[in-house]
Design a protein around this ligand. Structure first.
Ligand code: ATP
Ligand code: ZN
Length: 223
């Protein structure tokens, strides 16, 4: 395959991170001509194009070399690194971006008298983050059942399919609505710029450096 001379950034096609990510790229001087299928956006100024995908696919696309950079939640990036054992591989968190803040937390039904992780021993915990939850349980020496669900994790206790959940929490409103209580935090998350540990030794590496410099300026101004 001929090396590409244009840089590709993957970001969420439609969701919580979409608007703030586009806004950030715009402030870094990147503008895009949206193509009709809206999966690929051609960059107009710099040779930087956008891939609009599901957030869960972003780390894999970077790992496969389909794109160089991605804007994705730390929760998704770290889950990928834990489950694929790519902790030491060249997939790095290059910059925290300051939006999409949330926590990956353990929550239990109101009547569960929780004070420490050991109380989860022998219980079933529903989550969309089996890798991060598994690592946290091991770290605390807890053996629990992990029930992996793609979505609607918060209703699992009411359905009787789990005793607790491990899910993303922002305001806590969803938990309250489901009579759940946040009791432990596994990860403080926000959107991050994900990319290679070592920059490619070609024009794309120079472009990434330029982008990082602009990003640092934009983030500094905002702080
Ligand atoms: P996709 O269709 O791309 O898979 P999704 O439903 O997985 O979308 P969103 O709900 O849009 O994704 O969330 C994207 C990211 O926003 C999360 O991975 C997380 O980093 C962040 N986030 C911030 N607050 C919350 C929250 N309350 N619930 C879920 N995600 C949140
Ligand atoms: Zn997703």
């Amino acid at each position: 395959m001929r090396p590409r001379d244009r840089l590709r950034i993957a970001m969420q096609k439609s969701g919580r991170l979409t608007e703030p990510a586009l806004e950030l790229l715009k402030r870094c001087g990147l503008t895009f001509r949206q193509s009709r299928d809206k999966l690929f956006c051609f960059g107009e100024g710099e040779p930087v194009d956008l891939l609009l995908v599901r957030d869960d696919d972003i780390p894999g696309l970077i790992a496969q070399g389909v794109c160089e950079l991605g804007i994705v939640g730390r929760n998704v990036l770290d889950e990928f690194r834990v489950t694929t054992g790519r902790d030491s591989e060249p997939l790095a968190e290059l910059r925290p971006l300051g939006f999409g803040r949330c926590r990956l937390s353990i929550a239990v039904p109101q009547e569960f008298d929780y004070s420490e992780p050991a109380q989860l021993s022998g219980r079933r915990i529903a989550t969309s983050y089996p890798g991060l939850l598994g690592a946290w349980l091991r770290e605390h020496g807890v053996e629990a059942g992990v029930v992996t669900l793609a979505g609607s994790v918060e209703i699992a206790p009411k359905l009787g399919t789990a005793d607790a959940i491990c899910d993303l929490v922002q305001s806590g409103g969803t938990l309250v609505a489901n009579q759940l209580r946040e009791v432990d935090v596994l990860l403080e998350s926000e959107a991050v710029l994900a990319g290679p540990q070592a920059l490619p030794a070609d024009e794309r590496g120079d472009l990434i450096e330029l982008l990082l410099k602009r990003l640092d300026g934009v983030i500094q101004v905002r702080e």
